[in-house]
Design a protein around this ligand. Sequence first.
Ligand SMILES: C[S@@+](CC[C@H](N)C(=O)[O-])C[C@H]1O[C@@H](n2cnc3c(N)ncnc32)[C@H](O)[C@@H]1O
Length: 161
Amino acid sequence: MDLPHKGILQSPALTQYIYGTSVYPREHEQLKKIWEATIVKYGNLAETTVPVDEGRFLSLFMEILNPKRMLEIGVFTGYSLFSTALAMPNDGLLTAIDISRDHYEVGLPYIKDAGLAHKINFIESPATPALNQLLSNQDEKLFDFAFVDANKTSYNNTTSC
Ligand SMILES: C[S@@+](CC[C@H](N)C(=O)[O-])C[C@H]1O[C@@H](n2cnc3c(N)ncnc32)[C@H](O)[C@@H]1O
């Protein structure tokens, strides 16, 4: 069994056990395909997706919080996006922002195959102007939960929006 180079778990033996018995067996078939398509298109850059255990953690977190409106900044090919959309309620809406639609379109066919596309509003833009635009359109509370996984140097701007 191949293990990713990063993840939440710190003990190799525990990682091996949990990945073999829980994480990989429960990884959605379309998520496996997003990962494979990401490797084919981007090679080592695929390592920038959230690892499979963090994907499971995000799904679990969404199941507990049950957010109706969620924001993701930094979509890449959609591994984390898929993981959260899968666990959101069917009438939930996930606003997803990335500077590259090309990235998003690698995972989009698998998002569609899994019947999740209707939950996602993708915006191709740098995060800060897109957030300012969303805020200027609506003054009530916009999101129940936000996952930020874009360029780390802009986080101050993102959180002040
Ligand atoms: C670490 S990857 C995201 C990985 C993704 N969460 C996943 O699980 O596959 C970072 C992404 O942030 C995007 N990005 C970089 N700077 C950005 C910005 N200022 N605004 C929005 N997206 C940005 C990149 O295009 C890239 O797709």
